[in-house]
Structures are given as C-alpha cells and as structure tokens.
Design a protein around this ligand. Structure first.
Ligand code: MN
Length: 128
C-alpha cells in the first residue's frame, strides 16, 4: 500500500531531521526549506496528501504559503498543519482561523500528537 505523501516545509535542518525520524517510516516525506521551493515542487509534481508548515520561514511566511495554496485550485483542499514555535495562549485558535487544518507546537515532545494531527488530516482529505 502506498504511503501517504507528507510535505515538510521547514527551514531549520535540526527540525527537519527530527521530523524525518518521526515520520519517515509512516509516510513518504518530502522536505522543503522554503515556501517558494515547496510551491514549485507542488506545481511540478502534484499536491502532497498533507503539508506540515513551519510559520517562520525565509521569504514567504507559512501563513503566506497557506494563502497561496488556498488561492490555487489544485492545492486549495490539501490539508495543512501549522507547525510553530510561537506557542502562546490563543495561537491554536488564531492559526485555525487563518485556515490551517491542524496546529502543532514546537518543540515536539510527544510524537503521537504530530502523527495524530496528520492522521486527522488524511481522514479529512479522504486520501488515506
Ligand atoms: Mn523556521
């Protein structure tokens, strides 16, 4: 059975390494260091099943990348998980209101929280 495609958009190499370690056995993980790089790859290779989106990125922020995806017919329905170190009270509500499907704060202390968010997204997208 084909593993779901998870795109990781994260500029921090240590975080990418951690995410690959957590997710690599479960999903087909593709990594991008910027939103522009990810959008170019989605355009060329088709949309992933789920996107994990860092918010603080060089160039476009994760929120801007999300806005571009939602404005693109081919990408508008791809579930996107906000992955952010800006964890403050009310953040979850703010990111969900901005259009993210799930919210996971960094550092990731419990990998089940992250995998749970991805699995809910796969159920939403109907691509599981
Ligand atoms: Mn970052």
């Amino acid at each position: 059975m084909k593993r779901p495609a998870v795109a990781v958009v994260e500029d921090n190499a240590d975080n990418r390494l951690l995410l690959r370690a957590i997710l690599g056995d479960l999903y087909a993980v593709a990594e991008y260091e910027s939103g522009a790089e990810a959008l170019t790859a989605f355009d060329a290779g088709g949309p992933p099943d789920v996107v994990l989106m860092d918010i603080s990125l060089p160039g476009m922020s994760g929120v801007e990348v999300l806005e571009r995806m939602r404005a693109d017919r081919r990408l508008s329905r791809v579930p996107v998980v906000a992955l952010t170190a800006h964890a403050m009270a009310g953040d979850r509500e703010a990111y969900l209101a901005a259009g993210f499907d799930e919210y996971v704060s960094k550092p990731i202390v419990d990998e089940r929280v992250l995998v749970g968010a991805i699995e809910r997204c796969l159920t939403l997208g109907g691509s599981a």
